[in-house]
Design a protein around this ligand. Structure first.
Ligand SMILES: [Zn+2]
Length: 199
């Protein structure tokens, strides 16, 4: 049984945890850093799984206009490379959905660290997005999210390991942890178009 952590900033320390580590497995410019502008050169991204985390944050970082510009570039990059996008979005879901409609991406997007209510969840699902759930989340949204669109994550929180998140998700979804692990293997495959690595 493998626990996949779909978005984290820490290297996994346990052999049965597979983690998508920000900066190691993905490449992107976080919205808080969008003011730095686009880098002069983009590294070779062929071994990376996804672009991100990138996105929009209405509470932190440079102006929304600066964030939008850098975000749109990353959306285009993910399309060019055919790699999925990992999105950070705080208090800007309507704008995010607008960009999604505008750019009509062909690769899937994961909105990580979702804490919104079911109404917002429904809009994201209708747009075809995957939704990441960590320690802090809306319980009703976690219960309602279809398993095929759900991704457990620890993000930047070492206090709540991925096993704990899996326990919470399995409980909310009314399934066992092994069932959840199997479903998350399938989600990994559907999202990254690759088999999850074995520990
Ligand atoms: Zn993060």
């Amino acid at each position: 049984m493998t626990y996949i952590d779909f978005h984290t900033h820490h290297l996994p320390t346990e052999p049965d945890v597979v983690a998508v580590v920000d900066g190691r497995d993905t490449w992107g410019l976080h919205p808080w850093r969008a003011g730095e502008g686009w880098p002069a050169s983009v590294p070779d991204l062929s071994a990376r799984l996804a672009i991100g985390e990138c996105g929009l944050d209405a509470l932190r970082g440079p102006s929304m206009q600066a964030q939008l510009e850098v975000f749109r570039r990353q959306v285009r990059l993910s399309e060019t490379l055919g790699k999925p996008l990992i999105v950070h979005c705080v208090k800007a879901i309507d704008l995010l959905l607008q960009v999604h409609r505008e750019l009509c991406p062909s690769v899937p997007w994961l909105l990580h660290g979702f804490r919104g209510k079911p109404q917002q969840l429904r809009s994201l699902l209708a747009a075809g997005m995957y939704v990441g759930f960590g320690h802090r989340h809306n319980a009703e949204s976690l219960r309602l999210c279809p398993l095929a669109r759900l991704m457990p994550e620890t993000d930047d929180d070492p206090m709540h390991p991925i096993r704990e998140i899996y326990n919470n998700v399995a409980l909310a979804q009314g399934i066992s942890v092994p069932q959840l692990c199997t479903a998350m293997d399938e989600n990994y495959h559907a999202f990254f178009k690759k088999e999850p690595p074995r520990g």
